[in-house]
Write a protein that binds this ligand. Sequence first.
Ligand SMILES: *Cc1c(COP(=O)(O)O)cnc(C)c1O
Length: 384
Amino acid sequence: MSVGVPFLDLAAQYDCIGAELEDAVLAVLRSGHYVLGPRVEAFERAFARTCGVEHAVAVNSGTTALVLALQALKIGPGDAVITVPMTFVATVAAIEQVGARPVLVDVDPDTRCMDPGQIEAAITPDVRAIMPVHLHGHPADMDAINAIAARHGLSVIEDAAQAHGARYKGRACGGLGQMAGFSFYPSKNLGAAGEAGCVVTNDRHLAETLRSLRDWGQEGRYNHVRKGTNARMDAIQGAALEVKLRHLEAWNEARRQHAATYNDRIHGAGLTLQGVRTPHTADDVDPVHHVYAIEVDARDAIRDSLATAGIGTNIHYPVPVHLMPAYQSLGYPPGSFPVAERLSQTLLSLPLYPEMTSAQIDLVVTALTHAMDVSEKARSQCRG
Ligand SMILES: *Cc1c(COP(=O)(O)O)cnc(C)c1O
């Protein structure tokens, strides 16, 4: 019997929905229809409803969803796309994959999402689109971003890979820009039984282009009208996702409750007075806490101490994209994005998944309290 708390526990999810999932997947195996088809189409319809949009186009990963969204807008060599350095690398990689140039702007220290105040200074004549990221499941400030995009004739593609079911001013993420890319990587709020993703849009023409792009640019069998690729979703993933989508709202609600419990316990233990910062929720948004990340100065020491207590943690993300070895070529030296750089040194993601218990949250906060005391003593010794 382990006394720790894992960062994530997908086996606990399987324990709750295993029978449903096995029925759906077995039905696919028996059907002989393994790629796209009726299960994927049913999921597409259901997921479009969740996002409050007309069309969902299922693909084989979140990265591919972003790549195809850019390609559907004919964004490529000679074009630039504005995004953020505080994200998973795939956001920036997708832009480079279509041959366009990523232009980065810093994030807001509260929402940790794109700071709309930084966008206009970054707009050059080659900029075609803005790609905000709803980091940790907290929506970016989409009204401000859309207003700037409209003023400059730019498209907006949401990277909604962490924001299934999140709402901004009452509207679901995914329906807030021209298109949005979702990932169903197993650890996301809505996760497949493997790799999967989806593009959603209200634009029928873009949806048709996306369907063609994901299937070798076909419009009708062997009629290749554009250069596409193989980005089709497996039927097993469509079936698994359709089952899991029925639970998404309950899972997100559990995440919200756990986040509220964390906030209460952390404040109650006096840890905010010791310098722990709990995640901020902007007015009029309903986040889905893909990640519950606190900010704390002695992050690495705290993380080590939690690991010793058996508490799984993670960092989203320890290095902002512009400082990664592979992305030096973007030409942003250290100091270019002070907020993202500071967050990369202070963010610490605590265990959060729907099936966890408040007793487990108590264990985490007790271990965090101990870690803060140890770190405070070590610092006062240095001063003395
Ligand atoms: C997970 C993720 C992606 C990539 O999705 P994959 O399905 O892993 O390709 C892109 N952007 C963000 C913000 C993500 O968290």
